[in-house]
Ligand binder design. Structure first.
Ligand code: 5GP
Ligand code: ZN
Length: 118
């Protein structure tokens, strides 16, 4: 069972912000901004490559509800999913980073120098 499936099953503790039958949102253990939540489908999906349109539909509504609950829907935020090796995906269970609570810079998230791209 993967790490996030264990969080879904409550075998590993997490600070849960919002939950329904199909999705759960919990605080990232290593936040990159004042608010950094991971929103995941309870059913295991490896990454965005495999997710169904049906799951994405529910995911969208869930993340909208989450940002309202957090009070960042008006001030703004970012929603990011990393895919695979080049995307920097460490946990192989689809998760959406919902990041906000302050004015975000790109270097909140970047760790590369453009001169290293080629
Ligand atoms: P990725 O790099 O796969 O897009 O993001 C994985 C995220 O999961 C990272 O931001 C990391 O801090 C977070 N993370 C890893 N292990 C745990 C954990 O056990 N609990 C929580 N709440 N977050 C975790
Ligand atoms: Zn999983």
């Amino acid at each position: 069972m993967c790490l996030f499936c264990k969080i879904v099953e409550k075998n590993i503790p997490a600070n849960i912000e919002l939950e329904n039958d199909d999705f759960v949102a919990f605080h990232d253990i290593n936040p990159k901004a004042p608010i950094h939540i991971l929103a995941i489908p309870k059913k295991h999906v490896d990454s965005f490559n495999e997710v169904s349109a049906e799951t994405m539909s529910g995911m969208t509504t869930f993340i909208q509800e989450l940002t309202k609950k957090l009070g960042i829907d008006k001030s703004g935020y970012r929603v990011i999913t990393n895919v695979g090796e080049n995307g920097g995906q460490e946990v192989k269970h689809l998760h959406w980073h919902v990041i906000g609570g302050s004015k975000l810079r790109w270097d909140h998230l970047a760790d590369a120098d453009p001169k290293d791209f080629f």
